[in-house]
Design a protein around this ligand. Structure first.
Ligand code: SAM
Length: 317
């Protein structure tokens, strides 16, 4: 019997560290126009999607990241109507967001159409409730161009991106955050995928420094995602309403009931509030982040910023 293949994450090669999966079956492997994509079956984690050598999602633990990137900002905001997801290829985040009945429209801007196409075949549990939903629209394009050019305003922005490599790099840039700030409505919240602090401490502190130069409150919260190896995963937090991450459990629980009390497997009102209580080594990193750019005048008029090519849009495929 042929030796089973092992596939390694190469994200932390520079640290001399690799997490490796023994592969039961490779379901799909290709070089897309933007990144290397491989999907395989693993006997414990189920389906595993990797982009450019980094785990993106597994069937076994997807619920942790998807619930914490969605329900925390949405319930902290309290009455979100317009939501923007940047990245989010597999639609796992959109599936959670659409559980909130009060949300009128969810727009997902994904750079790589093939990630969505292939998620339709391999992750129907995410894509089926999303791509058929009248409240959802998909834009294929670079998130940077979209936020630089749109005249819409959003109550919540969720940046479900790859790591700051290749197409994802620009989504960690100051000009991206400046453009996101421009299309956020009053009292809006933005959350970002921000890596695992034990390995990616600089990524966290530089992001928070940029956010603090633009928002009254730049911070992060954490969750433990087994296949985002390294213990705590950090999710960047940015808003001009510094009260939103200090809401009591009773308020969050009340809002959850009002939002339809949909089933969750990780998120609870208690976990929500506790996620902002940072372990010392992460809190020290956040505290040391300081702010790096002069606060931008809170100009309310919506003026497109001409950075890149105009975004292409395609309603529900
Ligand atoms: N949860 C995963 C993580 O934490 O690594 C991310 C999941 S999701 C698959 C990431 C998506 O971001 C990918 O589908 C990728 O194509 C998309 N992406 C990367 N750079 C982008 C950009 N500049 N604009 C829009 N989408 C982008």
């Amino acid at each position: 019997m042929a030796e089973k293949r092992w596939i390694s994450e190469t994200l932390f090669d520079d640290l001399g560290f690799r997490m490796t999966y023994q592969v039961e079956r490779v379901l799909h492997e290709t070089q897309t126009g933007h990144q290397h994509l491989v999907l395989f079956e693993h006997r414990f984690f189920g389906k595993v999607l990797m982009l450019d050598g980094a785990t993106q999602v597994t069937s076994k633990d997807e619920f942790v990241y998807h619930e914490m990137m969605s329900h925390v900002p949405l319930l902290a905001h309290g009455k979100p109507r317009q939501v923007l997801i940047v990245g989010g290829g597999d639609c796992g985040i959109a599936e959670e967001v659409l559980k909130h009945e009060s949300i009128e429209r969810v727009t997902q801007v994904e750079i790589d159409a093939s990630v969505v196409e292939f998620s339709k075949r391999h992750f129907p549990e995410f894509t089926r409730p999303v791509l058929g939903n009248a409240r959802f629209d998909l834009v294929i394009g670079d998130g940077m161009d979209y936020v630089a050019g749109t005249d819409r305003r959003f109550d919540v922005i969720i940046v479900d991106s790859t790591d700051p490599l290749g197409p994802g790099e620009v989504l960690f840039s100051e000009r991206f955050y400046v453009a996101c700030k421009r299309c956020m409505a009053d009292g809006a919240v933005m959350v970002t995928q921000n890596g695992v602090p034990i390995f990616q401490a600089d990524e966290l502190s530089t992001t928070i420094a940029k956010l603090r130069g633009l928002f009254a409150d730049g911070y992060c919260y954490t969750a433990a995602i087994p296949t985002y190896v390294g213990g705590h995963m950090a999710m960047g937090w940015a808003t001009d309403d510094a009260r939103l991450r200090r809401l009591p459990i009773t308020t969050i629980a009340r809002r959850y009931r009002k939002a339809g009390r949909f089933p969750t497997r990780y998120w609870t009102p208690e976990v929500h509030v506790a996620a902002f209580a940072l372990p010392r080594f992460i809190a020290d990193k956040v505290a040391a982040a300081g702010s790096s750019v002069a606060p931008v005048a809170r100009d309310r008029r919506v003026r497109p910023i001409r950075f890149g090519r105009p975004a292409r849009s395609r309603r529900r495929s």
